[in-house]
Every structure is written in C-alpha cells, then in structure tokens.
Design a protein around this ligand. Structure first.
Ligand code: ADP
Ligand code: MG
Length: 726
C-alpha cells in the first residue's frame, strides 16, 4: 500500500476521542444550558454597568433612525472594557463581512499607556468606528469611481461577543463596512437597509388593516449542512485544500443508496464534536437547536432557533467559523462547500424566513383556520407575488461557482425559482383564483393505526423537499441557498422583493377602505390580485424532475442555469429597480457586487482547473506509470518463462487507453485555459459552458484510471476513505 495513504487510514481510525469539560457550578454539578447561555456575549440591555436611561436610549437607537450620542457610547465602551478584560480578554476587533463572503477582523489591544501608566482602555470612537484599509478588500473596481478609504461602524443591533482560543480571548464587535462616501462595502449594510424597507412596508400594511405594531422585522433560521472528514485525508488531497471540493474521485460502491445515514446513529467521535460545537455556540449566544446526520455519508446539519435576520446572518457566520474551529480540535476538517463529492448529495443552507412584529405577531402564522384568516392569505399572496417578480434576482443572489454544482443537479432544487404552498394553501388559492368557496377537510388528524401514540394533527404543509421556496407551516423556506453562502445577500433581496409588494398591497387596501370597503373585503382584493397574477409560480410537484424543466419553460419562468447566466441580473436596471427604489442598494453598489462576484467565479474556476491539471501530473499519472511498469515486468517475465497469460496484457491495454484519453483531455483543458476571453462576463460564459464540461471529462477519466490502479499503488485518499473512515 502506498505508505502515506496507509498511514492516513491508520491515523483516521485510531484517533483518541476528545473530551471536554462542561460548565459546572461551585459544587461540581453540571450547569444547565440556560444558566450559561450567552455568557460570552455582551448585551447592553441587561448589563448592570449601564444605567437605565442609557439602555432606553440604546434601545431606541437600535430600532429607529436615531443616532447614538458620543457620551452614551462612552458609557457603553467603559462597561464593555470592564466586562471583557475581567473575563481575560486582551484585545478587541471590529468584525465585518466584506464582499469576499467571509468575515474580517483586525485586532487591537485594550492595553494602552496613559500619562506613563499602563491601562486597559476602549474609547467611544474606538467602539463606534474603525479604519481597515478598504483598498485591500474586493471592491469590484469601485476604487476608481469612489473614495478608497472605508470605515467600520458599530452595529449595536447585534451583540458583541468574546471568542476564546487556547491562549486568550478577544472581544468581537459586529460592524458594518462602508466607504467615506457612504457606499456599502459589505454584506451587512444592505441587509440593515432591507430591514428598514421591510419595516416601513409591513407597518404601512398593518396600519391599513388596523393592526398596531411599533416595528416589523424579518426573521431567519438558517439550517447549516456540512461534511466532516478526517484531517489526514484532507491534507493529502490538494483539491480539497485548494478548492474545498474533490475535483475527481471514484464513487465507492456503497454511498447513499441505502438511505441509512439520514437521521441515523451519530458516531461517538462525531457526537463529541457536535457536543463541543453546541457548547461553544451556547456560550456565544447562538441558540443551537437541532443536530443530526444528513443524507450523504459524512454529512451533518445544525439548525439554530431563529432570530431577526441581521443577528441570524451574524450568527450563521459564527456557526460556520465555529464548526471549522471545533472540527479541527477533533482532528476533522469541516467541508462547507456545496458539493465536496460528486455523485452524492451536496450541502445547502435552508433559510427559514418570516415577518414578525414587536408585539409577537408572526405575519405568516395561519392560525386554526387559514382559509378565513384574510390577513394571513394576503401576506402569503404578497410573498408569492414577490417571488414571481423577482425569483431571477433571488437566483442571482445565491449564485456561486460552488452552488452551481448543487442547483439543478438532480438532488437539489433546480435553478428555476418556484413556490410550494402545500396542499391546503394550494387548494385555498385555487378556489380564490376560480372564484369558488373553500371548505376545509373535516378530519385533519392522522390515523397512525395505533392506540399508544399521541394523535398528531396533520401539518398543513406536508413537506416537499424539492422546492426551492416552500411554505412550511408559519414561515417560508428558501432552500436553494448554498452551504458556504453569506446569507445577508439573499435575505436583503428577499426582504426587498417582499417590501415592494407589501407596499403595493397596502396602497390597494388604503384605496379600497377610503372607497368605503371593509378591511376584510380590501384584503380579499389584494389576495385575489396577487393569486391571479402570479399563479404560475406555484409548483407543488417534483422539482427534481425533467418534466418540470419543460413545464417551467412553458410557464415562462426563467431558468438561469449557471452563475454566469444569473449574475448579469444584478446590473440589469429593469431587474434591480426594486432594490434601488427601496434604497437597499445603489446602482453603483450593485455594479460593485456584480464585478466582485463574476471575478470571483472566474478566479475560483481557474484555480480548480489548475489544481486538477497539477494533480493529474503529480498524483494520477505517477500511479499509472508505477503500475504500468509492474505490468510490463510481469508480461516480460511471462515471456521469458513461457507462462503466458492474456490478463496482464489486457489490463495494460485498457489502462493505457484510459490514460491516453485522460492525457489528451488534460491537454485540451490546458490549451483552452490559455485562450480565455479578457472580458469577465464572456470569460465566465466560456468557463461555464466549455471549460467546466472539459474538466468534468478529465475527472471522468481520472476516475476510470483510479478504478484500474491497485489500491496499494494509489496515493490519494479515496471517497471510501473520506466518507467512511473515521
Ligand atoms: P426542518 O429541517 O424540518 O425544516 P429544522 O428544525 O431543522 O426543521 O429548522 C427549522 C428552522 O426554522 C429553525 O431554525 C427554526 O428556528 C426556524 N423557524 C421557525 N419559525 C421561524 C420563523 N417564524 N421565522 C424564521 N425562522 C423560523
Ligand atoms: Mg427546513
């Protein structure tokens, strides 16, 4: 056996389990989660050091357009320093989300010298504003048109938190990142603006129907999928290290056909990881709720309890970072890529989304009688209309090289955005469309044929896992979002789309009511209007099927298959008007995002192609040459001794044929890489339509070769290793 692969297999299957200590009280009894939840977050609303009048002002600032006074910021800064340093923090950083999609941080010490004396200090301005060098972050060419300098600005609606590492603690301050001309250089700023837009539209709608609320926020619960593989295998796969996915690899005989992994027993080593992950998340104030095995072997999921979208977007970044950090402690590497392994399920991120008021009303809550809940129906119809109008932009907002492998790849929602309503709602909407009355099914409970089990009432939204945008009980679920995505962008677009339609709904209702109609009648008008207009977006069938592709085309629903197809929508002024009108993005900001994303797509793909070519030369071909040499030796000695056999010659011939084909394909790919167009959009199209298929051909022949070369001659960890050995 190749020595290194042998060693990796040994390491992966002989890892000692990592044990951690759970927080305890003074008597050594384990604390309940509720007793230490959020201990590493600083919440100014509950902090003892902050006087009541300042708390009140901070609360107002965080829910209105009012700005914070420097004097009050200083009180918070002093309280935070005391809180953080007494817990052992030495540094603080402004934490932000540049357009790379990851997070960025620059650490500064609390330690300072005042009048010759060492002290710990954080000034109001250090809390409120930082100045990272904006020109080092992707800005999509806006450097020439805009001031390069940017600053980070404290987002007091998202709690600060302490990150604990082995050798110290750091205070993280969530911030937005903007240029001095006010251009959003990050993902958070437009999300916050989209919250303003959705708040204004929803309040107007509620006011029109006489429901009182001070503010409305969108909420999000992001289910996060990921793979865990042993670090020894990861480190021996250059493709995983460089690109996050395997660029080739022959499927093991058993993969996910038996469906025995989903919700299956969680192995001890993985459960230990999950327990530590949850512990860390609880301390950070991330409300981790569910954990389980996913469909593919080696694939898992966690979901938090939902929060407002801004906090949820920050939390999801923390979740992704913490998954990676804790995985490493367990000698795993967490793969967040949408498609680390070809041929088995990829990873997504389901964005559960709803709208809620400060008074606790969920606008998507159907209640006991959805058909007579006019407000609910009007809100659902407005969301449906929003998706009908702007499904293309939502597709663009989740477009990435990695998500392209998932969308439409037979096991994930297609790149066509449709809406799933569930049986009951679909029937209600159909009757509204047909102008008929609706009567609900009499018996709505499930007969499970036993007496011992508690009777469940049937969920109004039986699941359709193949829909990209599904109504699930009291929320919608955007399932097409990728597992690596920063969720702020799709949430901003979704909020913007719904804000646009809710505003129109409110306007219709206002007119009807001033014309003497009842609220109920006005709501009916709105619902009927949107149901009629966007009925075509409803699809309750199998989104993975080929028939749907044909049907969707007939209905005129757009299908932006690749990132190269989808991204230009961002800069199409007809398509993006709802985002610029609602003030969520300026046209220049959308152009910036387009430039950054398309360049990123091209660069990532180019790295993939180069890595693939290198691996063929450095790993695949050398294994082939060794094996060929062995075969030749055998064939020669057979000739010499007279013990002839056709098998070795046949093996040689087949291997040689596959290798020559592989070599020709690699050459092809290499040459095509040289002739790529300069223009980013044209380049992306060529990559998506020509080079990617070429690279898939290369992968196909690598796999063929892998299957022919003996295991002990192969140097790269196989799917078998990565998915099953732990
Ligand atoms: P499933 O896998 O069946 O969809 P999960 O429990 O994994 O269910 O995830 C459901 C997610 O939806 C959780 O994150 C939950 O907090 C979230 N959620 C529930 N209600 C709302 C809501 N009103 N707004 C946003 N998210 C919600
Ligand atoms: Mg879900």
């Amino acid at each position: 056996m190749s020595k290194s692969l042998n060693n990796s297999r040994f390491s992966a299957t002989h890892r000692p389990e990592r044990s951690i200590s759970f927080p305890e009280d003074v008597n050594g009894r384990p604390l309940k989660v509720s007793q230490f939840y959020g201990e590493n977050t600083f919440d100014f609303l509950t902090a003892n050091e902050i006087p009541a009048n300042v708390k009140k002002e901070l609360k107002e600032v965080s829910t209105s357009k009012k700005s914070l006074s420097k004097e009050h910021a200083e009180i918070v800064a002093n309280a935070v320093v005391e809180w953080a340093t007494s817990r052992g923090a030495t540094h603080f950083c402004h934490w932000f989300q540049p357009l790379t999609g990851a997070t960025a941080e620059k650490h500064d010490a609390f330690f300072s010298i005042k009048d010759g004396q060492p002290i710990e200090h954080l000034s109001a301005s250090q809390l409120m504003q930082g100045e990272p060098d904006a020109s080092s972050f992707p800005n999509g060419g806006s450097r020439s048109t805009f001031e390069a300098r940017g600053y980070t600005s404290w987002d007091l609606t998202s709690p600060m938190f302490l990150v604990e590492n082995t050798n110290g603690k750091t205070l993280f301050i969530p911030t937005a990142f903007v240029s001095y001309t006010g251009q959003a250089l990050d993902i958070k700023t437009p999300l916050l603006r989209s919250e303003v837009a959705i708040n204004e539209a929803a309040l107007r709608f509620l006011k029109a129907i006489d429901i009182k609320a001070s503010y409305v926020q969108s909420s999000c619960g992001a289910e996060q999928e990921y793979f865990l593989i042993d670090k020894a295998f990861y480190n021996s796969r250059p493709d995983l290290v460089m690109t996050g996915r395997t660029l080739f690899g022959s499927l093991s005989a058993k993969n996910q056909q038996l469906d025995d992994h989903y919700f299956g027993d969680i192995s001890d080593r993985v459960l230990s990881f999950m327990q530590e992950l949850d512990l860390e998340l609880y301390k950070l104030g991330v409300p981790a709720k569910t954990r389980h095995n996913e469909v593919a072997p080696g694939q898992y999921e966690m979901a938090p309890i939902f929060a407002n979208s801004n906090v949820s977007a920050d939390n999801n970044q923390l979740v992704m970072g913490t998954i990676k950090r804790i995985a490493a402690k367990h000698s795993f590497v967490a793969l967040l890529h949408e498609k680390p392994f070809a041929g088995i399920n990829g990873s997504g991120k389901h964005l559960n989304w709803s709208l809620g008021t400060d008074t606790g009303l969920n606008l998507l809550e159907p209640g006991d009688e959805p058909h007579s809940n006019k407000r609910f129906l009007a809100v659902v119809a407005s969301v449906q209309e929003a998706i009908f109008r702007h499904g293309g932009m939502i597709r663009a907002a989740i477009a990435s090289a990695s998500n392209d492998h998932r969308l439409g790849a037979n096991e994930a929602p297609p790149s066509i955005i449709s809406v799933y309503l569930g049986d009951t709602l679909e029937k209600i909407f159909k009757s509204i469309k047909d102008g008929k009355s609706f009567s609900p099914d009499a018996d709505n409970s499930m007969d499970m044929g036993t007496q011992q089990l508690v009777q469940l009432s049937k969920d109004n939204t039986d699941r359709n896992r193949t829909s990209p945008f599904a109504f699930t009980g009291n929320k919608f679920e955007l399932r097409a979002c990728g597992s690596t995505a920063a969720i702020g962008l799709p949430l901003s677009v979704l909020n913007g789309a719904v804000a646009e339609v809710l505003n129109e709904s409110a306007e219709i209702i206002e007119k009807e009511i001033s014309g003497g109609k009842s609220i109920e009648a006005a709501l009916n008008t709105v619902t009927k209007k949107w149901v009629d207009n966007s009925y075509n977006i409803i699809f309750n069938g199998d989104g993975y099927s080929n028939e749907w592709l044909v049907e969707a085309e007939k209905r005129g629903l757009p299908n932006y298959r690749t990132t190269a197809d989808a991204l230009p929508l961002l800069v199409d002024s007809k398509e993006n008007a709802f985002l610029t009108k609602t003030g969520i993005f300026t046209p220049a900001e959308l152009e910036t995002r387009y430039n950054v994303l398309i360049e990123r797509y091209n660069t990532l793909r180019e790295i993939e192609f180069e890595t693939l070519i290198t691996m063929v030369h450095q790993n695949v071909l050398p294994s082939v040459v060794d094996y060929k040499y062995k075969l030749i030796e055998v064939i020669r000695s057979q000739k010499e001794t007279g013990f002839e056999s056709s098998v070795e010659k046949e093996l040689y011939k087949r291997l040689n044929f596959a290798t020559e084909t592989l070599y020709a394909r690699v050459d092809n790919l290499k040459n095509s890489l040289k002739g790529l167009p300069e223009d980013d959009q044209k380049k992306a199209k060529t990559i998506a339509e020509t080079l990617l298929p070429l690279s898939e051909e290369v992968a196909k022949y690598c796999n063929e070769v892998e299957e022919m070369v003996p295991d002990n001659q192969w140097t790269l960890p196989k799917y078998f290793d990565m998915l099953f050995l732990r």
